[in-house]
Write a protein that binds this ligand. Sequence first.
Ligand SMILES: Cc1cc2nc3c(=O)[nH]c(=O)nc-3n(C[C@H](O)[C@H](O)[C@H](O)COP(=O)(O)O)c2cc1C
Length: 337
Amino acid sequence: MSKLETTYLGLALKNPLAASSSPLTDSVEGICALEDHGLAAVVLPSLFEEQLEAESAGLHADLERGSEGFAEATRFLPDLATYNLGPDRYLDLIRRARNRVAIPVIASLNGTTPGGWLEYARLIEQAGASALELNMYAIETDPERTGAEIEARQQDMVRLVRDAVTIPLSIKLSPFYSGLANMARGLDAAGADGLVLFNRFYQPDFDIVEREVVNALALSTPSELLPRLHWTAILSGRVGADLSITGGVHGAEDVVKCVMAGARLSFMASALLKHGAGYARSVLAQLDQWLDAHEYASVTEMCGCMGYTAVPDPAALERSNYMKVLGSYMAERETSV
Ligand SMILES: Cc1cc2nc3c(=O)[nH]c(=O)nc-3n(C[C@H](O)[C@H](O)[C@H](O)COP(=O)(O)O)c2cc1C
């Protein structure tokens, strides 16, 4: 067994670095390039509930005809028929990619409410996806809805998807729950095989002259890794689902940190978009060297060694660390004057 090997969602992986959903995974050629450069798995871009509901209601025709009501309702949406390939080409991509590459091909569905679109979970499985990632990106703006209701509804959704497919199921999680550790356990109980920490929330900016909301997608920075490491370490050893990290993984040491926190897999998108798929090769080579230099026999041996149940002082991951961190700034200032 190679020292970089790991398992995730019951899938055997050659190393702990995978490509998460992004335009790099939206074609067979892109997926082959990622495999050639050493990535252990790929997640396809998401199919969205909105586009699947539109497809099943035959609303594309209305959209094309410019039906006023529907056009208004979808004013803020991209072209649903072709977004991330559209449903038919998406299923075709799964089939073709599975024929061409040996690494697992994980499909992604993005939705938050029960509906006919869940039928696509079944179609995705039939098309041959190795696993399904469910992204429940939601901005909860209703002041009447309680956190408990939101969490219960999301767990119900996971149960529905779990019942629809037999392939492994992972959930791309939001960091915004009042009881994240409890929610993670709830998702686990609802049938999630894996939890992906965390969704990146794309925050609109304001154009203060035109008074318009401005949407722009900036690639991540390495500092975004820290809350993911923290929460992975908190959950490590305390939920049954496999943990993985997406967000701020930019280099080999980031992967080491993810593994130590308890992640079986680290996902990359921004760094690959920035440097190209070939960047993965140098990250993996550096990871290999790092293990040798620090005398770790394998990634598996290292996994979770900084997790809540493994560290001698879990308080370092809890509230008591807060005052210490604030105090460390003053101590540093005193030594520098
Ligand atoms: C251009 C772009 C497109 C993305 N599309 C999706 C998507 O369709 N579904 C999804 O779950 N995440 C999507 N993501 C989020 C990434 O998969 C990833 O979770 C996020 O960028 C954080 O990882 P990073 O710091 O390595 O970029 C996208 C990211 C980028 C930059």
